[in-house]
Design a protein around this ligand. Structure first.
Ligand code: HXC
Length: 260
């Protein structure tokens, strides 16, 4: 394909995992307009591809992404930001309907940390460093760093990170719940692909309902979220996949899901 800043691939034993590798190594995968637009396009293509069940996004061993491209945005005026709706197109990552897994090796800073947090699950390599260093360059996080980080690790830790720019280690990120698991750097991407393969083996229909339901916990009050969850739970009883899944359990065999 004709991508300049990313590598797009389909991987996994059954070729059911969409793989996106951020590929601006000389700039530590700084996220410029071109890269973010290609990333959005690749995610749109994977969402539309019935053979793909889940998506892995990764960078290099040195950097997942060292942030938004400082050289590109340095000269932006306030007016440019407002009239150009700067960063609005980043939302595509969080709006991807298929499950997304960030495999973070090395630096995930600023927009890089925010990009990882837009994914559904984060796995980290043992040398990963995550942070929101915007305060050091006279700005604040602009793509969810003050919001998603606070929901992920709580106010005190998020406040400390955003106000100091201090990075946290992979161990700290795991302990605080920002990432689900840590692996040796060279095993990370393989483990993320295995996770994506496991998700891809589930019913795509049920996966879509489940992902949307977890995300409601992020975006609403607990009571609204619980009500929404219960209705979606009820809705699964209208599917053949629920009948098949439960029957297969009772009959002690593997389920055969059909998305009906
Ligand atoms: C543009 C960047 C960059 C960035 C690194 N580079 N980060 N270019 N934007 N965010 C470039 C460097 O300029 C350099 O280019 C090359 O990548 C290698 O980086 P070095 O600094 O030489 O590497 P190193 O000494 O190993 O230090 C690594 C680092 C440091 C600690 C990650 O690069 C760093 O602090 N980067 C900036 C991190 C940051 O502040 N991120 C937040 C950005 S603001 P040359 O041409 O000199 O070789 C942000 C706003 C978010 O993300 C708002 C919402 C999206």
């Amino acid at each position: 394909s004709n991508y300049q800043f990313i590598i797009k691939d389909v991987v996994g034993e059954k070729k059911n995992v969409g793989m996106i590798t951020l590929n601006r190594p000389k700039a530590l995968n700084a996220l410029n307009k071109g890269l973010m637009s290609e990333l959005g396009q690749a995610l749109t293509e994977f969402d539309a591809d019935n053979t793909v069940g889940a998506i892995v996004i990764t960078g290099s061993e040195k950097a997942f992404a060292a942030g938004a491209d400082i050289k590109e945005m340095q000269g932006n005026t306030y007016s440019d930001c407002i009239l150009g709706n700067f960063l609005a197109d980043w939302t595509k990552v969080a709006q991807t309907r298929k499950p997304t897994i960030a495999a973070v090796n090395g630096y995930a800073l600023g927009g890089g940390c925010e990009l990882a947090m837009m994914c559904d699950i984060i796995y980290a390599g043992d040398k990963a460093r995550m942070g929101q260093p915007e305060i050091n360059i006279g700005t604040i996080p602009g793509a969810g760093g003050t919001q998603r980080l606070t929901r992920a690790i709580g106010k005190s830790k998020a406040m400390e990170m955003c106000l100091t720019g201090n990075m946290i280690t992979a161990e700290e990120a795991e302990k605080s719940g920002l990432v689900s698991k840590i692996f040796p750097a060279d095993k990370l991407v393989g483990e993320a692909i295995k996770l994506a393969e496991k998700i891809s083996a589930q019913s795509p229909l049920t996966v879509a309902l489940c992902k949307e339901s977890v995300n409601v916990a992020y975006e609403s009050t607990l009571s609204e979220g619980l009500r929404f969850e219960r209705r979606y739970f009820h809705a699964t009883f209208g599917t053949k996949d629920q009948k098949e899944g439960m029957l297969a359990f009772i009959e002690k065999r593997a389920p055969n899901f059909t998305s009906e």
